[in-house]
Write a protein that binds this ligand. Sequence first.
Ligand SMILES: C[S@@+](CC[C@H](N)C(=O)[O-])C[C@H]1O[C@@H](n2cnc3c(N)ncnc32)[C@H](O)[C@@H]1O
Length: 200
Amino acid sequence: MGRRRLWNGEPVGANPFALPRGPLGVAAGWMLAVTNRRQQADVLAALAPGAYRSVLEVGCGPGVLLGLLASAPGVEEVAGIDPSQRMVSMSRRRNAAALRAGRLRVHPGSAGATGEPDAAFDLVVTVNTVAMWPSLDEGAAELHRVLRPGGRAAVSWHGASSRFALTGEEDATVLAALRRRFGAAERRDLGSAVLFEARR
Ligand SMILES: C[S@@+](CC[C@H](N)C(=O)[O-])C[C@H]1O[C@@H](n2cnc3c(N)ncnc32)[C@H](O)[C@@H]1O
């Protein structure tokens, strides 16, 4: 991923972590499942997911956070989407029990086109995907569209100590895109991650 951001006009290219494909994509998925675990636990704790009945994760990757969400008390319905078919398959395998129990759905989709209906979710969360969105405005509009009135959008990215941390300018760009669509948005520092939040 490095410093490349699609919305800065710099292509993500063939980076297997940005869009896992082929055999390298499988290896990337396994690595993501290990390396992002701490951040996902911190994001989950910050979100207190029991307050939400229905949750969508955008760019679910190998499905670690999906599993945590599907087993969180109070959460009844979880959907995960990812543009990588490899990641969709990996998420489904990792969370086979939740899928069978009907608590989870996983299908192809992207931040700009989730394939989900209007006003369907209480919480939409995404971890380490925002730099890969081709358009921040389209992504923010889609998050807004699928949230119920009062629902919460939570966009997390690697924290300041990571080599993937956003620059100050990039940070402000993400916040500004959320504010344009939601009217207000805040940024929280979780240590392992930053969390941009907005309410519909
Ligand atoms: C660095 S991985 C993070 C995966 C997972 N969220 C995690 O925390 O481990 C980036 C993920 O974003 C997905 N992605 C790439 N472009 C995307 C887009 N436009 N919208 C949503 N997700 C995207 C990739 O397929 C990949 O699964």
